[in-house]
Design a binder for this molecule. Structure first.
Ligand code: GDP
Ligand code: MG
Length: 353
């Protein structure tokens, strides 16, 4: 890390991610360095200290916040002799645990295999775990060559299968669009309270969890409004900054339904001190998806966790936003009014012009 502030923030997020993966974090260690060591990321002395500490604590994994190149992973593995994982692997692990749909699972597996390919020679359990189904070797081929070939085949197979699934999903989506029920999609940084909000709004129980990525697959619910009007409201996966390129595809594909949305609710955890950065990350992804011109309501959530003075300031700063606590339905009226207005009044305007 370049400075202490950056280190603390980033490690806090990594810790949350690790917790989401079901890991128990016993210690966090960082080093301030203006340039990372190309071979070991950290200084070799520091790395040795970490290895010793890890042995003392009896840990199963050392997780690096930096993403490791295949050669860095190799070199560090040789030195520390404890299973190592980088940020991408950790996120992949979480995606794998949380993927429920066929498509979600295939996409995660594809991303895992792509990440695994160049790292195959690393003798590391966290990787061989991924190669679980791959074994046996033909004459004249090394184990590594066989593994590479099989993974390549598997990647091609998964890619084909995913294309098929996408086709059928397009058809299904067209059907739904034809029903002409307005759709509102909830987006936002991970842990912002999206699932909690959709639950309280619709009184349903889509799996809400204090773990990041509790929802990998998009889930839809109906929400009724006065005058016998109704909308479909959909929940999405949490956004996360610095998402690695190969993961982005898997992640974005879970957001394809956003293209059908009439309105986005961008939910922000106002109690998080990085909330501005989180808004930026979400906007950046929306931009990459060509969705930045979509009508959006900025929804500041968890107002119960900040003091009145701060709330007042934020309201002045973001006059167009609404402020709620997803845990308290009594705070929902301004949000419901705004959704109603944007969806139905705008429709009326359209119709009369
Ligand atoms: P998601 O990742 O955006 O879907 O976030 P979740 O809905 O899973 O919520 C993450 C955590 O924040 C859970 O522990 C929720 O109980 C909590 N949470 C959500 N909304 C609020 C709120 O308005 N106030 C407080 N105090 N906690 C909230
Ligand atoms: Mg969620």
């Amino acid at each position: 890390f370049k400075n202490k502030e950056e280190a603390k923030e980033s490690l806090l997020e990594l810790k949350e991610l690790a917790r989401s993966a079901g890991l128990n974090v016993v210690d966090t260690i960082y080093q301030i360095k203006q340039k990372v060591d190309p071979k070991y990321i950290l200084g070799i002395g520091k790395l040795k200290n970490i290895a010793i500490r890890a042995y003392q604590l009896g840990v199963d994994y050392i997780i690096f916040d930096n993403n490791l190149t295949p050669s860095q992973a190799r070199e560090i593995s040789k030195l520390v002799e404890i299973k190592i994982m980088d940020r991408t692997q950790l996120i992949l692990d979480i995606f794998a645990k949380r993927a429920h749909s066929n498509e979600g699972k295939l996409k995660v597996e594809l991303a895992q295999l792509k990440y695994l390919m160049p790292r195959l020679s690393v003798k590391d359990d966290s990787l061989s775990r991924l190669t679980g189904g791959i074994g046996g070797r033909g004459p004249g081929e090394t184990k590594l060559e066989i593994d590479r070939r099989r993974i390549k085949d598997k990647i091609a197979f998964l890619t084909r299968k995913l294309k098929q699934i996408e086709k059928t999903r397009d058809i299904q989506r067209k059907k739904r669009t034809k029903r002409d029920i307005p759709t509102v999609s909830i987006v936002g940084y991970t842990n912002a309270g999206k699932t909690t909000l959709i639950n309280s709004l619709t009184n349903s129980n889509i799996y809400a969890d204090n773990l990041m990525f509790a929802t990998l697959d998009t889930s839809s619910k109906r929400l009724r409004f006065p005058e016998e009007k109704e909308i479909i409201i959909t929940d999405t996966v949490g956004f996360i900054r610095d998402l690695p390129e190969d993961l982005k595809d898997a992640f974005k594909s879970t957001l394809e339904e956003l293209y059908d949305a009439d309105l986005l609710l961008h939910v922000v955890d106002i109690s998080n001190k990085n909330y501005e950065k989180q808004i930026e990350s979400v906007n950046k992804i929306l931009e990459e998806l060509n969705l930045k011109d979509m009508d959006t309501i900025l929804v500041f959530n968890k107002i119960d966790l900040i003091d009145d003075e701060t709330l007042k300031e934020r309201k002045k700063e973001y006059p167009e936003a609404v402020f709620i606590s997803a845990l308290n339905r009594k705070t929902f009226q301004p949000l419901l009014d705004k959704i109603f207005y944007k969806i139905f009044k705008k429709k009326l305007k359209h119709a009369s012009s």
